[in-house]
Design a binder for this molecule. Structure first.
Ligand SMILES: [Zn+2]
Length: 181
């Protein structure tokens, strides 16, 4: 499958190889090599330090459990700092892709129960429940903040109420100003 086909969450990623291994999809991916901003000094660098392979569970492809084998590049800056490249797939210290986490977050809210949802995502019930707690906590905070958000809407009418929906990214900038009553 060497093609221009894009997969959800992998639009800006270069797919090196796809193979089926014991009924699962293994997708080898890489980011294009490009200049990075050093988190320590702010200069640009495109000097590659090394690569690490990171295995990440991704959304199922054609109903098969799917893993990304992400060849993560680390860059070296002239200031001495070494750091991993920016990437759209996975947050630091995560074993699941962002797409996978978002989809599970939606499904644990809408799904029938943790057992079926966990099975559908080929993960443990504990992971499904933990994800439910994260989403539920976000939602509860948003409900508590409803009066604040209404006020904000008067002040900044261009903002929609999309932030109240499940699965949408919480707008961080609205939490600080009026957290005290
Ligand atoms: Zn630097």
């Amino acid at each position: 499958m060497h093609s221009n086909m894009t997969l959800p969450g992998l639009e800006s990623v270069s797919i090196k190889k796809v193979e089926e291994v014991e009924g699962a999809y293994h997708i080898e991916v890489e980011m294009p090599r490009q200049a990075q901003t050093c988190p320590a000094c702010g200069n640009q660098t495109s000097r590659v330090h090394d690569y690490r392979i990171q295995k990440i569970q991704h959304l199922k492809v054609f109903e098969r459990t799917t893993y990304l084998f992400y060849r993560k590049r680390r860059y070296a800056c002239s200031c001495g700092k070494r750091f991993a490249e920016a990437n759209p797939m996975v947050d630091r210290y995560q074993r699941h892709s962002k797409e996978w986490n978002q989809a599970l977050g939606l499904r644990v809210i809408q799904g029938m129960n943790f057992k079926d949802t966990a099975a559908q995502f080929r993960t443990s019930q504990a992971t499904a429940i933990r994800r439910f707690d994260q989403v539920a906590t976000t939602e509860l905070q948003e409900v508590e903040e409803l009066p604040v958000i209404k006020l904000m809407l008067f002040e900044r009418s261009e903002q929609s109420v999309d932030g109240l929906d499940f699965g949408k990214k919480k707008r961080e900038n609205e939490t600080n100003d009026s957290s005290t009553k």
